[in-house]
Design a protein around this ligand. Structure first.
Ligand SMILES: [Fe+2]
Length: 231
């Protein structure tokens, strides 16, 4: 089995967690699950799904939900295959209601708004609407606020940078506001990005508030000049 699980900095979460690098664009897929019910959800499944689902099955979990951070093909490309592999429901922000992938399996999608919660067994996943890379971009926050939490950044927040805003639908003002909101999160939060674009596959949010120029830059004009917005 060739399977790359690159997690090396994840805290000891009280929930099932896997970080997997897959596909031609260094995408990260994530799986999180409830140890009590053995139900799991996958974030942004797009590539090498047979391997991904096989590992989770061997771990004793069943992936019942797919959470999509946004509608770019390298994140949502696993639709409709995931439905044939046991996923019952897919979650996407309501701004992407008219996405072509939704039309392939319209009965399977549920549309989220900011602050909505998805239950994976008894595990709570909070949806944060973070437009900027795309209008429907979301981050997902998982875990108890008093304990270690995981923030799935999609193409909004990477380790040491942020998603670009020069694709159709991108909005630099919105990205600036979305990152300010993520910067305000407190507690033991680890950032898990949508792509492996940095030296580290994950970093603590507290560290990134100083290390990551996209989070550290609070001046709008200086933010607009950041290289990562266009590269
Ligand atoms: Fe994207």
């Amino acid at each position: 089995m060739v399977y790359e699980d690159v997690t090396d900095t994840a805290p000891c979460f009280p929930f099932y967690f896997r970080q997997v690098l897959a596909g031609p664009h260094e995408n990260f897929h994530y799986v999180l699950g409830d140890p009590a019910t053995r139900e799991a959800a996958v974030v942004d499944p797009a590539f090498e799904l047979e391997r991904l689902f096989g590992v989770v099955e061997r771990d004793g979990y069943r992936i019942k939900a797919a959470l999509f951070t946004h509608g770019h093909w390298d994140h949502i490309g696993g639709v409709p295959e995931v439905f044939g592999r046991g996923v019952e429901t897919a979650y996407l922000h309501a701004a992407a209601r008219d996405h072509a992938k939704v039309a392939e399996a319209p009965d399977r999608f549920r549309f989220l708004q900011d602050g909505d919660r998805v239950l994976v067994g008894d595990l709570v996943v909070e949806a944060l609407h973070t437009p900027g890379h795309q209008p429907e971009s979301m981050c997902f926050l998982v875990g108890d606020p008093d304990g270690p939490r995981a923030l799935f950044g999609g193409d909004t927040l990477f380790v040491d940078s942020c998603g670009r805003t020069d694709f159709p639908g991108g909005d630099t003002d919105a990205m600036f506001r979305s990152l300010a909101r993520l910067r305000a999160l407190q507690g033991d939060v680890t950032v898990f990005p949508g792509h492996h674009y940095a030296q580290h596959p994950s970093r603590s949010l507290e560290a990134q508030k100083a290390e990551n120029p996209a989070l550290a830059t609070t001046d709008r004009e200086a933010f607009g000049a950041l290289h990562c917005l266009t590269h």
